[in-house]
Design a protein around this ligand. Structure first.
Ligand code: S3P
Length: 426
């Protein structure tokens, strides 16, 4: 599929975005391991989370879906069954890495595979700590052959700030003898910790250490998944860069481990308000109001990067409209996402006339150069496709995005939502 988009005159409207991807994955996983029925409201029915559902169905868990909710019939910590065939994580790194932690502690062996992109992504980052816990993996890239075994607790300092690695270890610790202690030098998203605590697991955080004990049982729960700030970020950026725009995005998760993007936009001079702040099922939620702003270049680096790792592509797009230079540093993790996003951003944004210099750990963007529509490629990466769509709003003429169907991985209905805020402005 390819999508052709024209520059926008101004955008307006009140919208909602689909449920948070990270929270949706975790709700299915913990629901499956809990004793009894878990109800997930606001679940993201994107391809990645559907991969997690199909993996748990293959492990003998009954999961039903209707328009409003997903119901998971949890069978307890020892209720998973050996799957008859290879588990398929599709394009989803979260599915494969988090499930590795669960599968490592089972009493059966199995195999988990993914698509061509996932097969290239590093899995040694989860396998190394899990192997220290006693886990048995036959390879360090997908397809992964996992021989389930008895695990034991470890002390581990995360060498990369990765919520997926942290979560894989935390999930494995549920099946491990003794205490597991994770040191997290740079904070990353903490949805696993919050949800485990809500299920009654013995988990505690002190400073930058997380302490977790094996669990006898997890309590089923009702999860209310907030809108995904990673999806909202596309529409925040759209409003900021398109003259005459004002967009309100309602019911967005604003967990502080995820809001680096709001701080980064504000450092550029963005007019963003978070209103109606409230707490829902343990996660902070608010409505985000973003208006067209006179942006200026800035630098992002260090600890903020993991708190906005998925939003760096659309932040780079906003930098195209900012006066002066924007520097993105310490973001080498972008090289091992669905595609190498540093390389992809430099190549694709340059096709629109942007001045972007690729660096080993980020990008230098010289904003304010006029953009012109062109044919650009997503490379099958959902966040690249959506970032390029936002860039098209300020590119003269038409932009054609090749392989645009991948937006369904995290944001089904993205292009319709974009059309709605464009029409509203008329
Ligand atoms: C995620 C963690 C991040 C993020 C990904 C979702 C999660 O990955 O990029 O989209 O749900 O834990 P890393 O842990 O590799 O940084």
């Amino acid at each position: 599929m390819e999508t052709t988009l024209a520059a926008a005159e101004g955008l307006s409207g009140r919208i909602t975005v689909p449920g948070d991807k990270s929270v949706s994955h975790r709700a299915v996983m913990l629901g499956a391991l809990a004793d009894g029925e878990t109800c997930i409201k606001g679940f993201l029915a994107g391809e990645d989370c559907l991969s997690t559902i199909s993996c748990f169905e293959a492990l003998g868990i009954s999961i039903s879906r209707n328009e409003n909710s997903v119901i998971v019939q949890g069978k307890g910590l020892s209720g998973l069954q050996k799957p008859e065939k290879t588990l398929d994580a599709g394009n989803s790194g979260t599915t494969m890495r988090l499930m590795s932690g669960i599968l490592a502690g089972q009493s059966f062996s199995c195999r988990i595979d993914g698509d061509a992109s996932l097969r290239t992504r590093p899995m040694d980052r989860v396998i190394a700590p899990l192997a220290l816990m006693g886990a048995q993996f036959a390879s360090n890239k997908a397809p992964l052959e996992i021989t389930g075994t008895r695990l034991h607790g470890i002390r581990y300092s995360l060498p990369v700030p990765s919520a997926q690695v942290k979560s894989a270890i935390l999930l494995a610790s549920l099946f491990a003898d003794g205490e597991t202690v994770i040191e997290e030098p740079i904070p990353s998203r903490d949805h696993t910790e919050l949800m485990l605590r809500a299920c009654g697991a013995g988990i505690e955080r002190r400073g930058n250490h997380i302490y977790c004990h094996s669990a006898k049982r997890l309590n089923p729960f009702v999860a209310k998944v907030p809108g995904d700030i990673s999806s909202a970020a596309f529409f925040i950026a759209a409003a900021l860069i398109t003259p005459g725009s004002s967009i309100q995005i309602e019911n967005v998760g604003v967990n502080p481990t995820r809001t680096g993007i709001l701080e980064a936009f504000r450092a550029m001079g963005a007019d963003i308000d978070v209103i109606n702040l409230r707490s829902e099922a343990g996660e902070p939620v608010g409505d985000i109001l973003a208006k067209h702003s006179k942006l200026v270049g800035t630098e992002i680096s260090g600890n903020i990067i993991p708190r906005m790792i998925d939003e760096v592509p659309v932040f780079a797009v906003a930098a195209l409209a900012a006066k002066g230079k924007t520097v993105i540093k310490d973001a080498q993790e972008l090289k091992v996402k669905e595609v190498n996003r540093i390389d992809a951003l430099a190549k694709q944004l340059s096709k629109l006339g942007a001045h972007v210099e690729e660096r080993p750990d980020g990008l230098i963007i010289e904003g304010g150069h006029p953009l012109t529509g062109a044919v650009v490629e997503s490379g099958g990466d959902h966040r690249m496709a959506m970032s390029l769509a936002i860039a098209s709003l300020i590119a003269k003429g038409e932009t054609v995005i090749k392989d645009s169907g991948c937006v369904d991985i995290s944001f089904p209905g993205f292009f319709d939502c974009l059309e709605r805020v464009k029409r509203h402005a008329l």
